[in-house]
Write a protein that binds this ligand. Structure first.
Ligand SMILES: Cc1cc2nc3c(=O)[nH]c(=O)nc-3n(C[C@H](O)[C@H](O)[C@H](O)COP(=O)(O)OP(=O)(O)OC[C@H]3O[C@@H](n4cnc5c(N)ncnc54)[C@H](O)[C@@H]3O)c2cc1C
Length: 296
């Protein structure tokens, strides 16, 4: 599609390197990178893309994305301007997709609400967190969600959480669905105890997740009853390197960009990790990181 024909109030970038929009710092160009202003602008964008038969992928801040070196044919949609957050009734807050997780926790804290301290240190947006059912310490954000606002087939619709299928690090949606907002049900919580929860979470992450190089956090999901890092360690893979991609010496479920890595390096390294772990434990690891785009 000739993207100069796209007519929205927001921003349209062409041939935008996805390495600028992913924490792994790899990935080829997206034909179109669109940043709509608001929901009406997003609807206008999606209707033009649909009419032209152009596929789209919605992204948050790219902390869980591996974009292949051939980039993305079609459009990438960023909801970074969807930053509204407000209280709804006594115990709920409605948060638009582009709000950062820590901002959500802080907003709730000011209202004397809490129960979502576990997302404080998870980098990214609430849209990405809901899409991934992101979480920590055995909790996932969707356990706190009451309804999701989704743009599906051009229409903005509300879904109650019990109408949706979700589980550990997954939420089933239809292809092309765009999450606009989430209604979170929180608990009354003394702001001091939320402060303590935030402090502990950030300190723990500074110790455990500060691997010194770009990463996407845990690359593989934990298989039921197992820790992926322990299986990777057990297979003797700590420090294994392919090109510029390496199994971190500090946290073996983090694959890091030592400098100059390509997406192909990460894919080759991930393949080696999976086959070695399978050979040593009989368990096939599954990627938590979303792999998108075209091979070079
Ligand atoms: C150092 C580090 C630590 C991490 N720790 C954790 C952790 O403890 N727990 C955890 O769960 N994750 C963790 N992560 C992974 C990552 O932070 C989460 O998955 C986060 O929720 C991703 O948010 P994002 O906005 O960057 O989403 P992205 O990475 O941009 O997108 C993630 C997925 O959601 C889709 N998506 C994003 N926004 C929308 C939307 N509005 N509508 C439809 N689809 C959308 C994307 O297409 C993609 O499939 C960590 C990552 C890093 C780098």
């Amino acid at each position: 599609m000739n993207s100069s024909r796209l007519n929205i109030r927001g921003t349209i970038l062409r041939n935008e390197p996805m390495s600028r929009h992913t924490s792994l710092k790899v990935g080829g160009v997206a034909d179109i990178f669109a940043i709509p202003e608001d929901a009406a602008d997003l609807q206008a964008l999606v209707s033009q893309l649909s009419a032209a038969g152009v596929p789209w992928l919605t992204v948050g801040r790219g902390y869980n994305l591996l974009v292949k070196d051939g980039g993305i044919r079609g459009a990438v949609v960023s909801l970074e301007r969807f930053n509204g957050i407000d209280r709804q009734g006594e115990h709920c807050i409605r948060v638009e997709a582009g709000v950062e997780n820590l901002v959500v926790v802080r907003f709730a804290q000011q209202l004397g609400l809490g129960g979502i301290g576990f997302i404080s240190g998870i980098p990214g947006t609430i849209g990405g967190a809901v899409r991934m059912n992101a979480g920590a310490y055995g909790e996932g954000i969707l356990e706190r969600a009451e309804c999701l606002t989704i743009l599906r087939n051009g229409e903005i619709r509300e879904f109650c959480i019990d109408q949706l299928d979700y589980g550990y690090r997954r939420l089933s949606l239809e292809s092309g669905d765009i999450l606009l907002a989430v209604l979170l049900r929180l608990e009354p919580r003394d702001p001091e105890s939320t402060e303590e929860e935030i402090r502990k979470d950030l300190a723990l992450r500074r110790d455990k997740h500060n691997v010194g190089f770009p990463s996407a956090g845990s690359f593989f999901k934990n298989p039921p009853g197992q820790a992926a890092w322990r299986l990777i360690d057990g297979a003797g893979l700590r420090g294994l390197q392919v090109g510029g991609a390496q199994v971190s010496e500090l946290h073996s479920n983090f694959l890091i960009n030592r400098g100059g890595a390509t997406a192909a390096d990460f894919l080759a390294l991930a393949g080696k990790v999976k086959s070695s772990v399978f050979a040593s434990s009989g368990i096939m690891l599954e990627e938590e990181v979303r792999i998108v785009g075209e091979a070079d």
